[in-house]
Design a protein around this ligand. Structure first.
Ligand SMILES: Cc1ncc(COP(=O)(O)O)c(C=O)c1O
Length: 420
């Protein structure tokens, strides 16, 4: 019997993902056995290559000192540029539109300095209720910075569906209702609790239709769902690299500014690294902006931290985005099927393929304590997920390093919990 085209494709994919899985180091239990890691939504695993790339730059620092900035293939003045091709591919940006720098929250503030320009009646910011706290704090403090009041000028959209989920129609209605007073919309691309992937393209279109600037927090989206920030005409976006990009704890963030805003006379908080590289070391007091998003850079790059980011990005380089997404959906569907066998479990993450990444968020219908008991049981079985109050478990099968056997371990553990 000959294999169907689909089966051949799946077999090839399995080979590819066996290889990517081997590129990572898994946490181990007290017996030294690898634990089942389903927590990439919080912190991605360490790519094996990270230690080599960090060691390489430590060695260059030891032997070259200051000359490391300008000498060799990985000269530190250009070091972060090596991230651009893969960051651009994973975010659907041009290399002139995306840059690795600072941290997500810092980048959010920097881009708000350029893109939040309250004028007269058009001075409000729209955000969603369960957005990650940093988004709330940043938006509230930006309003205050401009002498405005978060109580009056922050429009907080409540979810209209069970499980903290939003419908597109709901967003459309709220945006239309406030169109005349909105200066900015900031939303999470993938909601960090429910795991919902918001309809980014459609919401961006609604914002554009009403002439409202829109930015996306892509912390849970980059490396998780296919993004087309350029094609969707997103104004700006920010992200981190320590979750699905596997860049390490506290790894640098990234920023996206759409090409249509490059070269505009936007207000900007500047630093010397945003100066044109050709004249940066002339040390002139006048600022000459670098091309594209690079003009938003402030400081020279943390090379050792960036080395780990490069290691993380390198694992993606052999995987087409469509193949990554196919594998992600495959694992997500398997896990969803396993959880669905238990009526006691309540799923928060929407079921439609278009509305989620790899993460599955759920709780026990018995309430917080029952959910906590289940979470502890999974942990005792060496299954690492994560916990969010007021009683939510998040499990994220990451296509680069999780496989079906990991999910079978979850199935076994759940079986023991519910039957044992
Ligand atoms: C959605 C979201 N936004 C922002 C952040 C915080 O980013 P940072 O600490 O890199 O500024 C996180 C951290 O987990 C997050 O999940």
């Amino acid at each position: 019997m000959s294999l169907s085209e689909r089966e051949i494709r799946e077999e090839n994919h399995q080979e590819l993902f066996t290889k990517t899985r081997q590129s990572f180091l898994f946490p181990v239990n007290t017996q030294g056995q690898p634990r089942t890691y389903l927590c990439g939504n919080s912190l991605g695993l360490q790519p094996r290559l990270a230690q080599d790339l960090i060691q390489q730059e430590l060695q260059r620092w030891a032997t070259l000192g200051i000359d490391g900035y300008f000498e060799g293939e990985t000269a530190w003045v250009h070091y972060a540029d090596q991230c651009k091709p893969e960051l651009a591919r994973l975010t659907g940006s041009g290399e002139d539109e995306v840059v690795l720098m600072n941290s997500l929250t810092t980048n959010l503030h920097l881009l708000m300095a350029s893109f939040f320009q309250p004028r007269g009646n058009k001075r409000k910011i729209l955000i969603e209720q369960q957005a990650f706290p940093t988004d709330h704090y940043a938006m509230a403090s930006q309003l205050q910075w401009h002498g405005l009041s978060p109580a009056e000028d922050l429009i907080v959209v409540q979810p209209d569906q069970p499980g903290g989920v939003f419908s597109l129609v709901h967003f459309q209605q709220v945006i239309e209702q406030h169109a005349d007073e909105l200066a900015l919309i900031l939303l999470p691309a993938v909601q960090y609790v429910s795991g919902q992937w918001l309809p980014m393209e459609e919401i961006t279109r609604v914002a554009r239709h009403h002439g409202i600037t829109i930015g996306w927090d892509c912390a849970h989206a980059a490396g998780n769902v296919p993004l087309k920030l350029h094609d969707w005409q997103v104004d700006f976006a920010v992200g981190c690299t320590y979750k699905y990009l596997n860049g390490g704890p506290g790894a640098p963030g990234w920023a996206f500014v759409h090409r249509k805003h490059h070269g505009r006379n936007l207000p900007r908080l500047t630093g010397w690294w945003g100066n044109r590289p050709q004249s940066r070391f002339e040390m002139a007091p006048e600022f000459e902006p670098a091309d594209g998003v690079n003009a938003w850079q402030l400081s020279n790059v943390p090379v050792l931290a960036t080395a780990a980011v490069l290691a993380g990005l390198s694992v993606f380089s052999e995987v087409p985005i469509s193949v990554l997404r196919e594998q992600s959906l495959r694992l997500h569907t398997i896990l969803r099927g396993i959880l669905a066998q238990y009526d006691q479990l309540v799923m928060l993450t929407p079921a439609s393929d278009q509305a989620h990444g790899c993460q599955l968020a759920f709780g026990h219908g018995g309430g917080r304590d029952a959910t906590r008991e289940l979470f502890e049981h999974l942990l005792a079985d060496d299954i690492i997920g994560d916990w969010r109050e007021p009683g939510i478990i998040r499990l994220s099968p990451v296509p680069l390093y999780n496989n079906q056997e990991d999910l079978q371990k979850v199935a076994g553990s759940l079986g023991r919990f519910f039957q044992g």
